[in-house]
Design a protein around this ligand. Structure first.
Ligand SMILES: Cc1cc2nc3c(=O)[nH]c(=O)nc-3n(C[C@H](O)[C@H](O)[C@H](O)COP(=O)(O)OP(=O)(O)OC[C@H]3O[C@@H](n4cnc5c(N)ncnc54)[C@H](O)[C@@H]3O)c2cc1C
Length: 393
């Protein structure tokens, strides 16, 4: 590829790489800048919801990504446990997948780099967007201006591009997330569920991974930590008898990694000449585990709009933004509800006891977090997407 690209993308994570693949396949020229180098680690719960698995399958990358299947989410609260199984789609069972980010991100970035029309750089940060005539006209990379018809900021939850464009909206919640991987001992089994332990002051997420590995992630409020995080993390999982038994004899195979704040918010997800994508466009909290799926789904949505032509992008940018808000609306409402419940443990305990005796309702809510159900049943489902999901699993 020589000369000016059609699209410049800052950030080669899930959102950026997926978009690059799709635009390249549409015949557009794309240049993507990733500041890190692959394979690389990222703090994440590593549970990809069924709707995200469906996007990977549509990309033709489901097998290359692989992963351990999980059929729903099990909540543990004190002595209570409730299982929320993903609903069946077109009469067939569906599953999410647990996979190491180190692997998933590398597969996506390599697929982007191998797509005709895509020029992919690693170890190259985008410094800033630059504006001309009231619109973003390109990116500054290594002090050099690069121009394109459209710029996409897919640079994560703490997006530098969003800050520099004045699109950042300050956050009240200062949550902290941390994680480590364990390899189970020979006699230990790997249940096909994401297990969530709701505890006073923190939550633990346990995701099954291939090769008898599990990911344990802990979320808390940054201000609630009164001891070093390493000590708190190990105390947390040992305090849960079910989890402690599962990890008995397991070997910790990655060092503890953490990040804060977990949320990022944008005043607007688009501006003339630029689209914020994935976490950069706003992310509430990992508590409902949908961030990767949202990144994949919204990259697909943007690629559909881009196929209308980049020359007239100013005509569809806001329509894209409205569609994206609608696509993410249910996740957002559910995430707000779950965050609120995490702050109100007595109500959470009561609700869990209701869900235990209402498997259909629980399955519905887990289906919303899995991206395969609308929150309100009278909202139409995304039938064609769901059909493709059921056929390919
Ligand atoms: C503790 C925790 C647990 C989570 N658990 C889950 C879960 O179980 N399931 C789930 O679906 N989601 C989960 N998430 C959310 C998920 O990790 C994100 O939603 C997802 O990674 C978003 O993808 P992205 O491509 O938008 O951003 P990222 O994956 O963050 O990618 C952004 C990329 O941009 C690069 N970059 C940044 N700045 C620049 C720059 N200036 N120039 C060039 N490159 C740049 C970064 O190196 C990175 O590779 C969790 C998040 C946290 C913090």
């Amino acid at each position: 590829m020589t000369g000016m690209a059609d699209v410049l993308i800052a950030g080669g994570g899930i959102a950026g790489s997926t978009l690059a693949i799709l635009l390249g396949r549409q015949g557009l020229t794309v240049e993507i800048f990733e500041r890190g180098r692959f394979p690389k680690e990222k703090t994440c719960g590593e549970g990809l919801m069924p709707a995200g698995v469906a996007v990977l399958n549509r990309l033709g990358l489901g097998q290359a990504v692989g992963g351990a299947p999980f059929y729903g989410v099990r909540y543990h609260f004190g002595n209570q446990t409730a299982e929320g199984r993903f609903p069946r789609v077109a009469g067939l069972p569906i599953a999410g997948r647990g996979q190491r980010r180190k692997h998933l991100d590398q597969v996506l970035f390599q697929a982007a780099a191998a797509t005709p029309g895509v020029k992919a750089h690693t170890g190259m940060a985008a410094d800033a967007p630059f504006c001309e005539n009231g619109r973003v006209a390109g990116l500054l990379v290594g002090g050099e201006p690069r121009r394109a018809a459209l710029v996409v900021a897919a640079d994560g939850v703490h997006s530098r591009m969003r800050h520099l464009l004045g699109l950042n909206k300050p956050q009240r919640r200062k949550r902290f997330g941390t994680r480590a991987h364990f390899r189970l001992g020979t006699g230990q089994t790997q249940p096909p569920w994401v297990d969530v332990f709701v505890c006073p002051g923190y939550e633990l997420y346990v995701t099954p991974l291939p090769e008898k590995e599990v990911l344990v992630a802990g979320l808390t409020y940054a201000g609630a930590l009164s001891e070093p995080i390493e000590r708190a993390f190990h105390r947390w999982w040992r305090a849960q008898p079910v989890l402690a038994a599962r990890l008995e004899g397991a070997e910790q195979v990655s060092s503890l990694m953490g990040t804060s704040p977990l949320a990022g918010n944008a005043r607007a997800g688009v501006a003339p000449g630029i689209v914020l994508l994935g976490d950069a466009a706003g992310f509430l909290d990992p508590i409902t585990g949908g961030g990767m799926t949202q990144a994949l789904m919204t990259a697909e949505l943007l690629a559909k709009y881009a196929s209308r032509g980049l020359g007239n992008a100013k005509e569809w940018l806001w329509a894209f933004e409205r569609d994206r808000q609608m696509l993410l609306q249910d996740y957002r409402v559910l995430t707000q509800m779950v965050l609120w419940l995490a702050d109100h443990p007595r109500l959470a305990e009561w609700l869990l006891s209701v869900l235990r005796i209402s498997p259909a309702l629980f399955s519905h809510l887990v289906g919303v977090s899995g991206g395969v159900r609308r929150l309100l049943p009278f909202h139409a489902s995304r039938e064609s997407d769901l059909q493709a999901l059921a056929e390919r699993q």
